[in-house]
Design a binder for this molecule. Structure first.
Ligand code: PLP
Length: 414
């Protein structure tokens, strides 16, 4: 198909709305070749450095050769497997995840999507506590499935009549509001460690310790959505480690599948895993934890666990911190702040129109950057974790070009 034919077919059969959106945004791009931090337009004309990584799906870049090799080797002998039976690959992956998690979190429940695993965590919390209430953050996002969507921002649920009773929301990073929201029917508190869709607000140092204390006092559980912040993104394996807080459950997704196989998991405190003892077939996911996917995820964890991996993430984070400080000095008052925990980061700007504008001018400058859905004045900045320093320098130069153009347009318009 020619590029034009692909666009027309996609518009007719998949999503006319998306095609219209990108046309209006001036972003003419069909994903073609992809490799490492780069993606090319289908006609090969335009190359982008991926600075969104699909929220962490491409933490290790596109088509990491070691992960592809592991998957190819696994295809010689494995398939999805049978979710009812004992599986060597599931056992190995679960053990690896447990070893990367706080003591006492040795049990893992697998899924296919992040939303599914958030649903699973909520089910576990409800069964374990015998309560129904779930408190989450206003403006958050936890997935498009039944319980996850009810915990997310109103924008994602109201049009689909997907709001549910017993779900309530509080402003993020407000320990007092949270304490007031807890009641004797609260099963769990659910937060993205750093909410991406809300524009990457970095919580106060003590926030999660206060949250955990409030949960303990109230007999409620703490579920951390580490779908974007996990697997080394923040410079520690789990984002919550920065806050010296041990949650009751950690949900991981996106990057766990290495951008090659859908694989998600809930890592659970041991006593909570007992909810499945009575009827181990009461919670079923046919494809969740597929054997092939487990092999992929094992390789992802192996790569992300190498001692030099996290040091590289932190060194890149420092480089970006210095580079963006220069951009803030240059583009003040338009660029306000670099919200950053490792490579979980966002550029907070002064006006809501700047996010969409920067998405466009970054695209023109050869960068794939996306503004935050629930705070368009913030540009999400999530480059792959394993890029070379020279690529990071190139990203900074291209960001400079993107800002120069965006500011020019804003000044001309006003
Ligand atoms: C923080 C967070 N949680 C959960 C999800 C849902 O994951 P999925 O789209 O795989 O269902 C997302 C997806 O963007 C996310 O960003």
């Amino acid at each position: 198909m020619t590029k034009q034919e692909i666009v027309e077919s996609y518009s007719r059969h998949v999503s006319a709305g998306k095609v219209k959106f990108f046309q209006e945004a001036g972003i003419d791009f069909v994903f073609g070749k992809r490799e490492g931090p780069y993606v090319w337009d289908i006609d090969g004309a335009h190359r982008l450095i991926n600075c969104h990584s699909n929220g962490g799906v491409f933490n290790l870049g596109h088509r990491h050769p070691e992960i592809i090799q592991a998957m190819r080797d696994a295809l010689d002998s494995l398939d999805i497997g049978n979710h009812h039976f004992v599986s060597e690959q599931k056992a190995i992956l679960a053990q690896m995840l447990a070893e990367k998690s706080p003591p006492g979190m040795d049990c893992v429940v697998f899924g296919v999507s992040g939303g599914e695993s958030i649903d699973t965590a909520i089910k576990i919390a409800r069964k374990a506590t015998g309560r129904r209430g779930i408190v989450s953050a206003q403006g958050g996002y936890h997935g498009h499935t039944g319980l996850a969507i009810a915990a997310g921002d109103v924008r994602y649920r109201e049009p689909f009549y997907a709001s549910l009773p017993d779900f309530s929301q509080v402003p993020f990073n407000d320990a007092n509001a949270l304490q007031q929201a807890l009641h004797d029917n609260t099963a769990a508190v659910l937060f993205e460690t750093i909410p991406a869709t809300l524009g990457m607000p970095i919580p106060d140092e003590h926030f999660y310790r206060q949250v955990k204390a409030a949960c303990e006092k109230n007999g409620s559980l703490l579920i951390m959505d580490e779908v974007q912040t996990g697997l080394g993104r923040t410079g520690m394996f789990w984002g919550i480690e920065h806050y010296r807080t041990i949650p009751d459950m950690i949900v991981t997704a996106k990057g766990l599948g290495g951008g090659l196989y859908p694989m998600t998991a809930v890592i659970v405190q041991n006593e909570l895993a007992r909810v499945f003892d009575e009827d181990p077939f009461a919670h079923i996911s046919t494809i969740g934890g597929a054997d092939i996917g487990c092999v992929v995820a094992q390789k992802v964890i192996e790569i992300s666990s190498q001692p030099e991996f996290l040091s590289h993430v932190n060194a890149l984070a420092e480089l970006f911190s210095r580079g963006v400080a220069g951009l803030i000095a240059k583009y003040s008052p338009f660029l306000l702040e670099f919200r950053q925990k490792g490579l979980m980061s966002g550029l907070k700007m002064a006006r809501p129109e700047l996010g969409p504008l920067m998405t466009r001018t970054s695209f023109d400058a050869g960068l794939l950057c996306i503004y935050a859905g629930n705070d368009p004045s913030a540009l999400q900045f999530l480059p792959p974790l394993n890029i070379e320093f020279s690529v990071a320098e190139e990203i900074l130069e291209r960001l400079d070009t993107a800002f120069r153009e965006a500011v020019k347009i804003v000044k001309t318009d006003s």
